[in-house]
Design a protein around this ligand. Structure first.
Ligand SMILES: Cc1ncc(COP(=O)(O)O)c(C=O)c1O
Length: 370
C-alpha cells in the first residue's frame, strides 16, 4: 500500500496511563489520575439529571447541526448561530482546520513546545511546519510574526498554553493580531479559558468580531468535566465557519454530547466553584515549589509544570508506583519537568507528600554521590 510517507514518521498520540492498567501493574488499590487536565470534580449535577431524564434513540443519528446546543451556546456567548462550529472535542476542530487549509505547498506557524495536535495534523497534511521556541514559557509572538511567509495558511496560538500554563496578555495578543496578514487564519486555542483569572486576559469572542481571520477554539472537556463525551466548539465570523463546514463529518458530535454540553452551560455556579477551588489548588503547588526552591510557570489553567532538575521520567515513575499518574515533561518538551493536573485539596496534599519524599530521597542520593 502507498501510505502517505509522513504517516510512517508519526507515532499515535500517547495518552496518559489508564487507572486500571496502573492498578494492575503496581498492585495498588487507589489511583489518582492527574495527567490529562480533566476536572477532578467531574461535571455538573445538571448534566447528570439531563442525561438521565432524556430518552436518546440509539438507532437514530445525532442532530448534525447540533441545533439545541447551538441555540444554547449562541445565547450563552451572545454570538450568532452561524458563528459556531462543533467538533468531537476540540481535537476534531484542529483536524478539520488542518484538513481545510494545509497541504504540501502551505506552511503553518506554531510555538514549541505547545499542544501536540497542531504539529501532528500539519505533518499528516504534509505542510511545512515552522516552530518558534517559547521564551520563558511564553509564545514569542514577534518571532511567530517573522516566521509567517507567503505560504503560511495557519498560525496556532495556544493561550493559556499547554504544557506551560502561561497566557498571552491582551495588549500583546491584540498587537499580534494587528500584524498577521488577513489571509492567514489565526487559531486561538483556549481549552483552559474558563480557568483563567488574570486581569489582563482578553475577551476572545469580541476579538473574533474585530479580526476576520481569527477562530477561537474551546472545549467542554476541561472545566465542564465532559472529556469522555468529546465536545468542543469554534467561534469565528460566518465566512470562516462556512468555509470549514464541508471538512466536518456530518454527525461528529454525539447526541449525549450535545445534550450534556447544553445542560453544562446552564450551571454557572459549578464552573465558578471549580475555578475558585482550582486557584486554591494551584496555591498548594506554588507553596510547595517555593518551599523547595523548584521553578514553575504561574498557571492560568488547571495544571502546573514544575521543573525538578531531574529526569522527568524518574519523577513520573516515582509517583506512578505510589498511585499518582501525572505527565512526564519528557514527552512534552520539558525533559526535567512534570506536568501535574490540579486535583482536589486532598489529592494535591497526597501527591505533594509523595513529592516531598521524592525530593528528600533524591537529595540524600545526590549527597551520597558526592
Ligand atoms: C490546549 C489544548 N487544546 C485542545 C485539547 C483537546 O481537547 P478536547 O479534544 O478534549 O476538546 C487539549 C486537551 O488536553 C488541550 O490541552
Amino acid at each position: 500500500m502507498r501510505w502517505k510517507e509522513q504517516l510512517l514518521t508519526l507515532t499515535p498520540y500517547q495518552p496518559g496511563k489508564s487507572i486500571d492498567s496502573v492498578k494492575r501493574q503496581y498492585n495498588l488499590d487507589q489511583i489518582v489520575k492527574l495527567a490529562s487536565n480533566e476536572n477532578p470534580f467531574g461535571c455538573s449535577k445538571k448534566v447528570l439529571s439531563a442525561l438521565q431524564s432524556h430518552e436518546v434513540g440509539f438507532a437514530i443519528y445525532p442532530d448534525g447541526y447540533a441545533t439545541n446546543l447551538r441555540e444554547s451556546l449562541a445565547a450563552f456567548l451572545q454570538v450568532e448561530q452561524e458563528e459556531l462550529i462543533f467538533g468531537n472535542g476540540s481535537d476534531n476542530l484542529i483536524q478539520i482546520i488542518s484538513r481545510a487549509l494545509l497541504h504540501p505547498e502551505a506552511s503553518t506557524v506554531m510555538a514549541a513546545p505547545t499542544f501536540s495536535q497542531y504539529k501532528h495534523n500539519a505533518v499528516i497534511e504534509g505542510a511545512v511546519i515552522k516552530e518558534v521556541p517559547l521564551i520563558n514559557g511564553d509564545h514569542d509572538l514577534d518571532g511567530m510574526l517573522k516566521a509567517i511567509d507567503d505560504k503560511t495558511n495557519i498560525v496556532w496560538v495556544c493561550s493559556p498554553n499547554n504544557p506551560t500554563g502561561t497566557y498571552i496578555p491582551e495588549n500583546k495578543l491584540v498587537s499580534f493580531l494587528d500584524n498577521v496578514p488577513p489571509e492567514v487564519l489565526v487559531v486561538l486555542d483556549e481549552a483552559y479559558f474558563e480557568y483563567a483569572v488574570a486581569d489582563d486576559y482578553y475577551d476572545s469572542i469580541v476579538l473574533t468580531r474585530k479580526y476576520q481571520n481569527l477562530i477561537v477554539l474551546r472545549t467542554f472537556s476541561k472545566i465542564y468535566g465532559l472529556a469522555s463525551l468529546r465536545i468542543g466548539y469554534g467561534v469565528a465570523n460566518p465566512k470562516i465557519i462556512k468555509a470549514l463546514e464541508p471538512a466536518r463529518e456530518p454527525f461528529n458530535v454525539s447526541s449525549f454530547g450535545q445534550l450534556a454540553a447544553a445542560a453544562a452551560l446552564s450551571d454557572k455556579e459549578f464552573v465558578e466553584e471549580c475555578r475558585t477551588v482550582n486557584r486554591k489548588g494551584l496555591e498548594q503547588y506554588y507553596q510547595f515549589c517555593e518551599q523547595n526552591q523548584l521553578t514553575y510557570y504561574p498557571s492560568q489553567t488547571n495544571f502546573i509544570l514544575i521543573d525538578f532538575n531531574e529526569d522527568g521520567d524518574k519523577v513520573f515513575q516515582y509517583l506512578l508506583e505510589r498511585g499518582y499518574i501525572v505527565r512526564s515533561g519528557k514527552a512534552l518538551g520539558f525533559p526535567t519537568s512534570v506536568r501535574i493536573t490540579v486535583g482536589s485539596f486532598e489529592q494535591n496534599e497526597g501527591l505533594l507528600k509523595v513529592l516531598k519524599e521524592f525530593l528528600r530521597e533524591s537529595r540524600v542520593e545526590q549527597h551520597q554521590g558526592k
